[in-house]
Write a protein that binds this ligand. Structure first.
Ligand SMILES: [Zn+2]
Length: 739
């Protein structure tokens, strides 16, 4: 009953705020700002059926794919803009002199229909224009195909230094002539795995002209490959910048955004670096979703996109289907709400991708659910878009991705993603820091900066970290950080030797490493008792597994804390006949588990092992994750906001400094248990969320707060001093604390 009441109250709030929102849009200041600056939700609609190839004899394909119907459905469900498919690999959905329409369209022109009806309804209409895998174009211009190092053309992949750029400029001209409001360009990628490109004649010539030497023979991971990576990145960047400049020359009001894959799990092979390829349009667009990433990385992707384009709006694309684009399934409303509201809480704006039926028919149930979700967003509009309050900055190094990760970037990503997982589960507000353009000011936004297995740390970065720490910053270092040189080679000494106050003795060749806190090895340093507070829930004299890479350190100026223990090894290990991957038990201590070093006004806390890597591993135990949380608390004992909530609840803290209002977004994830999968047992995918969870949260504000208000009338609040206790029954709640 309580739930029903809150639902009805919510409906009433929607009605009021819907009209407010309509008034907002009539504001002349908003009308003059570009659509993406004031939009929170939109739809991208494209056909299903040609993603794995197509035949002109399939006359049913896209026959009911109608731009007018789509614009009306988009407007009716409360979306604020429409991204309509104009061009894909084989077909276009408008009259083009370059590429055919599917025969099922007959004389219809979907782009004309969508722009006509969309503009009549006040909707900005964006053309979805595929860039990658231009199947039709490459059949007509096979010389534009990317070429592998063995000289063989790579089917379906285009070279971005070929004549394709000039060709695409003419195609975008055709689409601009329809009066569209912008482009979503999907995307400038160089493939997601081998064979890698591009060794075509044009690329070879341009490489030689630039570097005065021939291209490397393949993926050589040497100085020449360093040049080649730079050359590949530059090729994609130039393509994006020239296409953007061209569009702006033709219509300066048309917006440009590129789909972006500079974030994990993607790496150098795509040809994108996190910052270099995020800022070549008006804003960045990235994808997310349980289908291709994980439930947990929905929020991580959003913060990654935000960090890649500081200060700009950023767009995230999610999708309506349960597993994959085009699968024609429809997620339950609560599952859609959870993802949508997570992304909005992190400050992005969101496009839901709807892939129509084969004939272009729109699923009415999907649109009902979009409508319900978008009405809720309209009601909560003023709750989103405020600056984030961060405690920990997760440092991401593209150099480490490329030169330590090389062909197995996951071995680096696991630490970054494990650090993120620990912060989320422990409700420590976190953000992302990207190495390419990091400054002292960036670092200073975070009371604690974490370097999760950042194997390659340059002299420039060391100097920056030193200034950050000397001026009061706290650095948290794990695993192999600083142990590799510029091209991934092992270093004799850690780059962070002086900051960490410890000498690198050796790297363990095992990943089943152990940590123990014992009274004997405890060192009490005033004003803290670091060993006690680090131990947390782990009992004394109990070795516990911290799965992941580890190094043996010898303290110089740092205070050692706890012990790192190497694993047992059997004689079969020595003979290479034992399972190398499986953790065995703890053996003897080899060095300290951690080292705490005071530098200037700040401190550096170094883990010899990798609790971050462990947290993302199959052998994650709670105590391992607590190590990271305790380390943050040791370094930053009095954060502004402290939150206690179940691990199923994610939190995002924002601050509106003018209204002096803190907001805490609470997102309850509630996937029911899954059954045995038909293949790849036991790796299950989560079930979509159906129910709104009930959960308790405690929020503590260091400097106190005046009033607390929950959005949902059914949420129970209890204030006591600086603490607020809540009982929430929903997927999303946002608590406003005025101070
Ligand atoms: Zn080429």
């Amino acid at each position: 009953m309580k739930h029903l009441r809150s639902f009805l109250a919510g409906l009433a709030a929607w009605a009021v705020l819907d009209s407010l929102h309509a008034a907002d849009l009539r504001d002349p200041a908003l009308e003059s700002s570009p659509w993406y600056a004031h939009s929170l939700v939109g739809l991208e609609v494209g056909p299903t059926g040609s993603q794995f190839g197509s035949s002109p004899s399939d006359v049913g394909f896209a026959s009911r794919f109608n731009g007018g119907d789509i614009a009306r459905a988009t407007q009716a469900c409360g979306a604020e803009y429409l991204v309509i498919w104009a061009r894909e690999g084989d077909w276009v959905f408008y009259d083009s002199k370059f590429q055919p329409k599917p025969p099922g369209l007959g004389n219809r022109d979907v782009l004309r229909e969508a722009v006509g009806e969309g503009h009549r309804l006040g909707l900005p209409v964006i053309a979805y224009c595929q860039v990658q895998y231009p199947g039709h174009t490459l059949r007509e211009h096979p010389d534009w195909r990317a070429v592998a190092s063995d000289g063989k053309p790579i089917d379906g992949r285009v070279c971005y230094r070929s004549g394709y750029l000039e060709y695409l400029k003419q195609m975008v001209d055709e689409q601009l002539a329809y009066g569209i409001d912008g482009f979503h360009l999907d995307m400038v990628d160089q493939g997601f795995g081998p064979p890698y490109g591009c060794w075509c004649a044009t690329c070879r010539k341009e490489f030689e002209a630039e570097y005065g030497r021939p291209m490397p023979a393949g993926v050589t991971w040497d100085e020449d490959w360093d040049r080649m990576l730079k050359f590949r990145y530059a090729g994609s960047e130039r393509f994006e910048k020239e296409l953007t400049a061209h569009i702006r020359r033709v219509n300066p009001r048309a917006t440009v955004d590129y789909n972006y894959h500079g974030n994990p799990p993607f790496s150098w092979e795509v040809g994108q670096r996190p910052v270099q390829h995020a800022g070549n349009g008006d804003f960045v667009t990235g994808e997310t979703g349980v289908w291709g990433f994980s439930a947990l990385t929905v929020g991580l992707n959003a913060e990654f996109y935000r960090a890649a384009t500081p200060g700009l709006p950023f767009q995230i694309a999610m999708q309506r289907g349960v597993r994959m684009y085009h699968d024609q399934t429809t997620r339950p409303l609560n599952d859609l709400r959870w993802e949508l509201l997570t992304l909005l809480s992190h400050g992005g704006f969101v496009t839901i991708v709807d892939k129509t039926a084969f004939d272009g028919w729109l699923d009415p149930v999907a649109y009902e659910r979009f409508g319900a979700a978008f009405r809720e967003v309209a009601a909560k509009r003023s709750q989103f878009g405020h600056p984030a309050v961060y405690e920990v900055g997760l440092y991401f190094s593209s150099r480490t991705r490329d030169w330590f990760g090389r062909d197995q970037p996951a071995k680096y990503f696991q630490s970054f993603q494990g650090a993120h997982k620990a912060m989320v589960y422990e409700h420590i507000p976190w953000g992302v820091i990207l190495d390419e353009k990091v400054t002292l000011e960036t670092l200073k936004r975070f009371p604690v900066v974490m370097l999760p297995n950042v194997a390659i740390v340059s002299d420039k970065e060391v100097a920056l970290f030193r200034r950050y720490v000397e001026e009061g910053g706290k650095l948290l270092v794990t695993g192999l950080t600083g142990t590799r040189g510029w091209r991934g080679e092992r270093r004799e000494e850690s780059a962070l030797q002086e900051l960490a106050g410890a000498k690198l003795v050796r790297e363990l060749d095992s990943t089943d490493n152990w940590v123990r806190f014992s009274t004997r090895s405890d060192v009490i340093v005033e004003p803290w008792a670091p060993s006690e507070s680090m131990r947390g829930s782990a009992r004394t004299n109990w070795p516990f597994l911290v799965r992941g890479p580890a190094v043996v350190y010898e303290a110089t100026t740092a205070t050692p804390i706890g012990e790192l223990l190497k694993p047992h090894r059997t004689s079969l290990h020595v003979e290479g006949r034992y399972n190398q991957d499986w953790p065995l038990s703890a053996d003897t201590p080899v060095g300290p588990a951690m080292l705490l070093n005071h530098v200037g006004n700040g401190a550096v806390l170094t883990f010899a092992g990798s609790p971050d890597w462990a947290t993302a591993s199959d052998h994650h135990i709670t105590e391992t994750r607590k190590l990271l949380a305790n380390a943050v608390r040791l370094l930053n004992p009095e954060p502004w906001v402290r939150i206690e909530a179940p691990t199923t609840v994610q939190t995002v803290v924002t601050d509106d400094p003018i209204a002096r209002t803190l907001r805490v977004h609470l997102l309850g994830y509630d996937a029911p248990p899954q059954t045995t999968p038909a293949k790849d047992r036991p790796y299950v995918l989560p079930v979509p969320i159906e129910d709104a969870p009930i959960f308790r949260v405690t929020i503590e504000v260091r400097d106190g707060f005046k009033r607390a208000k929950a959005f949902n009338p059914a949420t129970e609040l209890k204030k006591g001093g600086n603490r607020l206790e809540l009982l929430v029954e929903d997927i999303h709640e946002v608590v406003q604390l005025s101070y």
